[in-house]
Design a protein around this ligand. Structure first.
Ligand code: NAD
Length: 350
């Protein structure tokens, strides 16, 4: 079984990815600095598993990364670590540049140096996989989809910092020959997502009977992908993607934000009606739009379909029902995030 260095594996997508990999017997060294978005509660089910080594640290800490690479000799590095929330990038872009650009560069340099020490099959099969977003492409009008050829046109500090990291990854392939792969994925949702993002935020507020903020007219369109389908796509690209290539990942599930919010209201009304019998749709409140809010994203994932045979397996309707059910069944995970106690574990570790 291989060893993988996974960065950002206490976050939403990285956490789902690590849980599945460790369950399958892959040895994972999980490097995560534990920002507010890192949550060790997510990894509880693999605590103590010999195949999971958690290290609290920064991808920008060159000395630490170097020592982890030389100690654990990974067969692949998968980079999830990032500042990931667009609204936070508007309030404070510097942290996004620090982790997503400067941190990724430091990681790339150490990985390149490590890869050069490998020989034979270990060198040939080594991969650096960078997990990125469709937001690097900017916004679409009413029609069309992002392909791998769409020029980058990021509109938020978050997407600009991710675009910069994607360029660095590409440059490390063309300049140094590092065997890289990049995935650009649409909006994810599912278990363990921090309740600042649209779907878990709306679930938490709707459960509490609070008002449900929706930006602008609610008609911004995102393509939604269930997180385990994204993780499977990353695995597929890691196993069989062509070195130096980028792959778009999407769910073919374009929905307006308002439709997403109404879907959650309906699912919760069925499972957990409000005491006064009101429909949760009455809680919806339109709020002033986010600056630079991209109108529409849509992904053309045909390269991933035709080259690597990956397709999403969970429809939007199935995924939303599973997600709402997960949040209902895992209220302790949510309440420990909401009251901040999930971070005490981090202090305990420091
Ligand atoms: P997240 O914010 O939930 O998790 C990010 C993780 O990275 C956290 O655990 C955090 O502690 C860690 N981290 C942050 N800075 C770090 C640093 N300097 N060193 C080490 N660890 C650090 O994010 P997510 O939603 O799981 O996204 C993971 C990756 O996937 C990101 O690169 C993001 O850009 C990309 N992505 C996300 C989506 C989405 O819809 N969430 C879609 C496409 C791509």
């Amino acid at each position: 079984m291989p060893t993988w260095l996974v960065t950002g594996g206490a976050g939403f997508i990285g956490g789902n990815f690590v849980l599945e990999a460790v369950r399958q017997g892959i040895r994972v060294v999980n490097l995560d600095v534990l920002t507010y978005a890192g949550n060790l509660d997510t990894l509880k089910s693999i605590q103590g598993d010999a195949n999971h080594v958690f290290v609290q640290g920064d991808i920008g800490d060159a000395g630490l990364v170097e020592s982890l690479l030389s100690e654990h000799r990974p067969d692949a590095v998968i980079n999830f670590a990032a500042e990931s929330h667009v609204d936070r990038s508007i309030d404070g872009p510097a942290a996004f540049v620090q982790t997503n650009v400067v941190g990724t560069l430091a990681l790339l340099e150490k990985v390149r140096d490590y890869w050069k020490t490998l020989s034979g099959a270990a060198s040939d099969t080594f991969r650096f996989l960078h997990v990125s977003t469709d937001e690097v492409y900017g916004t679409l009008g009413e029609t069309g989809k992002f392909t791998e050829q769409t020029p980058f046109a990021p509109n938020s500090p978050y997407s600009a910092s991710k675009a910069a990291s994607d360029h660095l990854v590409r440059a490390f392939h063309h300049t140094y020959g590092l065997p890289v792969l990049t995935t650009n994925c649409s909006n994810n949702y599912g278990p363990y997502q921090f309740p600042e993002k649209l779907i878990p935020l709306v679930i938490a507020k709707a459960l509490a009977g609070e008002s449900l903020p929706v930006y602008g007219d609610g008609r911004n369109v995102r393509d939604w992908l269930f997180v385990t389908d994204h993780c499977a796509a990353i695995r597929r690209v890691l196993e069989a993607g062509r070195i130096g290539e980028t792959y778009n990942v999407g769910g073919d599930a374009e929905r307006e934000n308002i439709v997403v919010v109404k879907t959650i209201c309906k699912l919760l009304d069925e499972r957990n009606p409000l005491a006064d019998g009101r429909s949760r749709e009455t809680l919806i409140k339109f709020v002033p739009d986010r600056p630079g809010h991209d109108r529409r994203y849509a992904i053309d994932a045909s390269k991933l379909h035709s080259e690597l045979g990956w397709y999403p397996t969970v429809t939007f309707e199935q995924g939303m029902a599973q997600t709402v059910e997960w949040y209902l069944q895992n209220q302790p995970w949510v309440s420990r995030v909401l009251d901040g106690s999930y971070r005490l574990e981090r202090i305990g570790q420091a």
